[in-house]
Design a protein around this ligand. Structure first.
Ligand SMILES: NC(=O)c1ccc[n+]([C@@H]2O[C@H](COP(=O)([O-])OP(=O)(O)OC[C@H]3O[C@@H](n4cnc5c(N)ncnc54)[C@H](O)[C@@H]3O)[C@@H](O)[C@H]2O)c1
Length: 287
């Protein structure tokens, strides 16, 4: 783990899953924390847990799709701790559906949280990090940023964008001669509440809730095969300590990236795993 003693780490989506795992591990390393999340109840519980474990923690209810709320998050973090050393743009949501059928509300929600949320975080915090002359920008993309499959255009499109933007950000920082570092997490399957993302869907995107029939196998798959978020957080911090930019949390995902690249170089799209395609509800699969 990088030396986080006394450093200030801000984590969006910090009330659950990978964000909370990162918060726990950063706190164990001596960091002060700002956890930001849209889900008020989970945020209070996470704040309570982290402060009982001895962390100095500020919890802020934030909707990352709102630029002004993310700007205010940066200001409140600085007001409380005077400095920020790491911004983890981690909040994310997922939906499934066929590319041409998925309602616009789904597309807008996923792109607003997963893409614009990250961009708002970059714009709100990077000027401070650059002026300070140190810090990290850690963006959570996905193992699906390096591959593709059916039923997940909106999510996978958003995560490809996060990967590309983080690469470009690191190029910008280098061009500026800034020591601030960017890195991108490409998590593999992690035991979180991602299958239940709709719990935080804002009403302005419509209420297209997945059916229980579609949710049950997704929850079961995550429960059965997902890695614990604290373990994934350990792998992330260890990769940062090694100076890595691309943070694969599951080594097997590197093979997916190789297969994708081999397909691109040969000019043919590789077959995708069908496991997620099988989860598309039959009613939605009809053209
Ligand atoms: N779980 C996995 O297998 C997996 C795999 C690849 C990538 N990821 C990514 O990891 C990140 C964390 O997700 P997770 O798996 O821990 O899921 P999770 O649902 O447990 O946590 C996501 C958090 O983001 C918060 N959030 C949602 N919308 C928000 C908004 N508008 N503003 C602020 N906070 C908001 C949620 O309240 C929740 O606390 C996401 O970016 C996700 O895409 C997860």
């Amino acid at each position: 783990m990088p030396d986080l003693q006394g450093k200030v780490v801000v984590i969006t989506g910090g009330a659950s899953g990978l964000g909370l795992g990162l918060a726990r591990r950063c706190a164990a390393g001596g960091a002060k924390l700002v956890i930001a999340d849209i889900e008020a109840g989970a945020l209070i519980q996470a704040e309570d847990e982290l402060s009982r474990a001895g962390a100095d923690v500020l919890a802020v209810r934030v909707d990352v799709t709102r630029q002004e709320e993310v700007d205010e998050l940066a200001q409140r973090s600085l007001d409380r701790f005077d400095s920020v050393h790491m911004i983890c743009n981690n909040a994310g949501v997922s939906v499934q559906g066929l590319t041409w059928q998925q309602p616009y509300g789904d597309w807008q929600w996923v792109l607003d949280v997963n893409l614009w949320g990250v961009l708002h975080g970059i714009r709100a915090f990077v000027p401070h990090l650059v002026a300070q002359g140190e810090g990290y920008v850690l963006n959570t993309a996905s193992n699906t940023s390096v591959t593709s499959r059916g039923g997940m255009s909106a999510y996978i499109g958003s995560k490809h964008a996060v990967l590309a933007i983080t690469e470009c950000l690191q190029h910008d920082l280098r061009a500026l001669g800034s020591p601030v570092k960017a890195a991108v997490i490409l998590p593999g399957l992690t035991r979180t509440r991602m299958a239940d993302s709709h719990r935080n869907r804002q009403s302005r995107y419509g209420h297209d809730r997945p059916s229980e029939g579609a949710l049950a196998p997704r929850r079961a798959m995550v429960e059965e095969h997902g890695t614990a978020p604290d373990e994934v957080a350990d792998r992330v911090l260890s990769a940062l300590d090694d100076g890595r930019f691309y943070v694969f949390t599951h080594p097997e995902d590197i093979e997916m990236a190789k297969e994708r690249l081999a397909g691109m170089l040969s000019g043919f799209l590789a077959e995708a795993s069908t496991s997620l395609q099988a989860l598309i509800p039959a009613s939605k699969a009809a053209p």
